[in-house]
Design a protein around this ligand. Sequence first.
Ligand SMILES: *Cc1c(COP(=O)(O)O)cnc(C)c1O
Length: 448
Amino acid sequence: MKTIKKDLTLTLKDGAHREFRTDDFWRTIPAWKDVSKEEFSDHMWQMKNSIKKVEQVKTVLAELCTEEFYQDMLDGQHKTPMNIRITPYVFALIDWKDPVNDPLRKQFLPIGSQFLPDHPYYEADSLHEDVDSPVPGLTHRYYDKVLFLPTTICPVYCSYCTRSRLIGGSTETVEKETYGVNTARMEAAFEYIRNTPQVEDVVISGGDAFMLTSKQLTYIGESLLNIPHIRRIRFATKGIAIYPQKITSDHEWFNALCGVHQMGKDMGKSVVVHTHFSSPKEITIYSKMAMDRLFAAGIIVRNQAVLQEGVNDSINDMVLLIRQMEYMNVQPYYVYIHDMVPGCEHFRTTIAESVALEKAMRGTTAGFNTPTFVCDAPGGGGKRHIASYEYYDEENGISVWTAPNVKPGEVFFYFDPIRKLSPEAQARWADPMMREKMIADAKAKAGF
Ligand SMILES: *Cc1c(COP(=O)(O)O)cnc(C)c1O
């Protein structure tokens, strides 16, 4: 038996991507019914009123929060690897008449009833970022590019974070050593990059670049651009999607970003921003205003989304997301199949579903705005095109991957979520000996 085939017929209304929400949508939230547009548009107001505790959800929502949903959130706190932090902007965009099924609620506010047992091959550091790490906070996996993590904090915590082992505060299930910017760590990373001339490209992530102060952002940007062999830097932030008021009203921070961008330009080097819109529901006139400001400053913004069931795995949602992003001048760059990290089983899709969605989406808009669907191979194989597996046992949900110029000679596996397999395959997965055998068989069929 194969996985159930989904309807991939595009039925999006003409021009849907040109409609941006302009209403005072936050006024439907009882605590914010008298908040003016000016207040809501202020980044300081957004930070100050961010929601960091389940109890606050209840206070802010008042009568909109049912007791059943409240209990479900409390239960979620015993299970989630990420604590909660949500800007009023995102919080107010959730459909509070049906929070359980809302794509934004799903991403940022874990509830107990959603969690499924983790896959047996889950790893907290699924991508082996801490393994391929010459100095703490820096991953050097690919020949000419590195991933630099100067901070572990974000303006909003995604409950599916691929770095839930590090990011945000400790939860009942995960102990973390949270840090803001640590100067000694940062200097060690710069020193490594200075001494490694093949590195031309630095991804500055975390955590989230929005949480760097303007001074830190300038310091990091200037330090990297001043290294002669560095040609490209990217600041990674989910902020444009979940906290656009920072771009439109934190002028000091925005000017710091423009300063680093200008310095790069003067040196013939590229400074760009990578962001993370996942659902068309995150996009409003605020997103457009933030992007208009970045575009006018000449700063290129690219997007990396994560494919998630019930968030963006329908053809209409995915195409709408992509068209809205391109309308705002965000370039859709990657769509990742979900990483195999704890607490995420309910979000994951199969390789077959992901390939089918990418196939259905391709051709709906400009090629340069068509994202590449990738699997970041568990165990450190790096990003691979979703259909470039060596072998795929769809019945048992086992795909076999190689990465010839990243990890020559190594073989990697990705496993589809067990709930999507046939009852017979699920029974095989329940048996540890059988599991090992199925994996060995798939590896042999792939020729290894
Ligand atoms: C994603 C990633 C990069 C950047 O890869 P691109 O494909 O160029 O976006 C660099 N280093 C690591 C470890 C990464 O995971």
